[in-house]
Design a protein around this ligand. Sequence first.
Ligand SMILES: C[S@@+](CC[C@H](N)C(=O)[O-])C[C@H]1O[C@@H](n2cnc3c(N)ncnc32)[C@H](O)[C@@H]1O
Length: 332
Amino acid sequence: MFDEIDIFENDIREQYPEVLDILLRDHSTQRNIFWATDNYQDLGKDYDFASPILSELITGERGYVIMPRVKKDKELQQTRVRDMAEVFTPSWICNAQNNLIDNVWFGRENVFNIEITNDDGSHIWHANKEKITFPEGKTWKHYVRDTRLEMTCGEAPYITSRYDTTTGEYIPIENRIGLLDRKLRVISENVDTSGEWLKAAQIAYQNTYAFEWQGDSLLLAREAMFFAFIEHFLKKFEKYPALKSIKYIAYIISWNVWQMDGMKGVVPNSCSDEITQLFFGDKEKTPCYGCQKDIITKHNGIYCLVKDWGNKDPETGKKGHKIRFIDLMKYI
Ligand SMILES: C[S@@+](CC[C@H](N)C(=O)[O-])C[C@H]1O[C@@H](n2cnc3c(N)ncnc32)[C@H](O)[C@@H]1O
């Protein structure tokens, strides 16, 4: 199952009780993530654009419904390019761009791998097999804590490269190039007990964010990050993590990888017309002011929430301060 690029929802449901439901949760609406695409409507009313993705709709005999883009039929791929600009980035480009971030962070090049262009023009990379060393004043803990975000993440190829989203080729752990893969590698190289590893992995996940419009891709992104956790743990300790730890990672992912219209900062299509009551029972409809004027702070839809895990919520006193994503814009 671990070298399969298509993660089967039936397997998740059977092997990790409750995890699929956690991975389908949306914390801005307190409901499940929704399809946000018409691609599945032929399967019935429950698969309409606005319907929530429920575990029973994608498991059992419907276990085939969610599949990575590379396994979708060509016609559907074209529709998705046209409707949502869905073109995925090859792993070698994700790697080159992620390397640029690390070049700056480490103050040197070729930290995790060396990029190579073959004679035929194809691109590969060779993973650096040595333990990663850190520049003066920085440690592996700083690296794990450093925050990363993949905007409009699709299946999140910049975060974890379990497979090349353009070819479907499975990529073994030691060759992965994702932002989260790099954090998990560094953790495995620096701790030896499973307790320490799990604590550090939670911090890595808490500092890795992504958002996406389409519900199916969003779930695939969440599942890929979830499986990356199990795969890295298995590789390091040759056993599975406990269900409690697995569920907590799924919970972090359900917060940090969220469904949003990135142009508006709200849940996709959640803005609505304002209705004004006029004299004599007449009503006037005005479109959402933010949509009309294209002002990101003035939408009447549901603004998406994210969690700042390093701070306490001032209302509940619990770990993790909930903030609207758009309120972070002032820091960008
Ligand atoms: C060009 S693909 C890139 C996906 C991925 N980051 C990659 O590099 O392979 C663009 C993605 O943006 C999503 N998207 C399009 N418009 C969006 C919007 N307004 N807000 C959030 N996501 C959007 C699409 O669903 C699609 O998955």
